[in-house]
Design a protein around this ligand. Structure first.
Ligand code: SAM
Length: 280
């Protein structure tokens, strides 16, 4: 088992397979379900955006979209448990058969009305998400490192909302500022592990005219894979001044939701709730 510099186990191999079976098989045992917990918040934000900006079909950019998991949950109104059941124990199927089943799912179910665009460094995961129709478009880029090409700028140009689960920490201010520069002033909602300080991203967004609120609530992302991973992550948390008592000490990685919007037109429901809670 390999661990990265933050103490988390390295799962890179499951992000770059031709279809999501290895991804869901590996993560089922860890009870990874942050996309499920995030789903109602993303759905609310999309609805609020549609009402506030009167955009019928907003464009949602999922950063670190992988196989289009957030898009599948929102677009097809399925759950993470549905997806675990769907992809585990079908080893004998060809990739074409797995794609065909998912295309049928996309045709037969409707959830949030939005245009979903994924951004990821994994070409195989993006290709799968495009072929199935989970994603309407895909940007294969590492914007932490590179500037977007002219084609990528055009793909990002109409972004209304930016969402992410499990990606910020590895993806950060570089990517978000390039997305804002390409698109204007999208609303954002990011579920970020407590071990990854959000301050530098918040500062960078503030420089672009954004306000960020962090919900007090914490969300279970997944179980630790081993005591060794837990111990390494507890060290990282201590290094960034986060108290893990009663949370990470009990065996789970926890995330928090950060919602950001342009100061002159902030996401109403989240910000109202936040400001009311803080004025009491
Ligand atoms: C832990 S997975 C999360 C996938 C999905 N959002 C979910 O919650 O199931 C992290 C994803 O971020 C992608 N990623 C890592 N570095 C990236 C970068 N610099 N730009 C875009 N995506 C990146 C990985 O390829 C991977 O698909």
């Amino acid at each position: 088992m390999r661990f990265d510099a933050t103490g988390k186990v390295t799962l890179d191999h499951i992000y770059t397979q031709a279809d999501p079976r290895a991804y869901f098989s590996a993560l089922r045992g860890l009870e990874y379900h942050i996309p499920q917990l995030a789903k109602p918040y993303f759905a609310t934000l999309i609805e609020d955006y549609r009402a506030a900006r009167q955009v019928d079909v907003p464009q949602v950019l999922d950063i670190g979209s992988s196989y289009g998991i957030n898009a599948a949950l929102l677009r097809c109104d399925v759950t993470m448990d549905d997806l675990y059941d769907r992809y585990c124990d079908i080893d004998s199927h060809s990739r074409a058969a797995v794609v065909a089943r998912d295309r049928e799912l996309v045709r037969s179910r409707t959830g949030s009305r939005a245009r979903f665009v994924g951004l990821d460094i994994s070409q195989p995961a993006l290709a799968y998400a495009r072929e199935t129709g989970f994603l309407d478009d895909a940007v294969h880029a590492d914007l932490e490192r590179d500037d977007p090409t002219a084609e990528q700028l055009a793909q990002l140009a109409n972004t209304d909302l930016v969402i992410s689960t499990g990606s910020l920490g590895y993806v950060g201010a570089n990517t978000l500022s390039k997305v804002v520069a390409a698109s204007g002033s999208p609303w954002m909602a990011h579920f970020v592990l407590r071990m990854f300080p959000f301050d530098s991203i918040e500062e960078s967004l503030a420089g672009l005219g954004y306000e960020t609120v962090r919900l007090d609530q914490v969300f279970r992302q997944r179980r630790f894979i081993s005591h060794e991973e837990q111990s390494r992550v507890l060290d990282t948390l201590s290094g960034v001044g986060v108290d893990p008592s009663g949370l990470e000490t009990d065996g789970w990685l926890y995330a928090q939701l950060h919602v950001s919007g342009p100061r002159d037109s902030t996401p109403p429901r989240f910000f109202d709730a936040f400001h009311q809670a803080n004025s009491r």
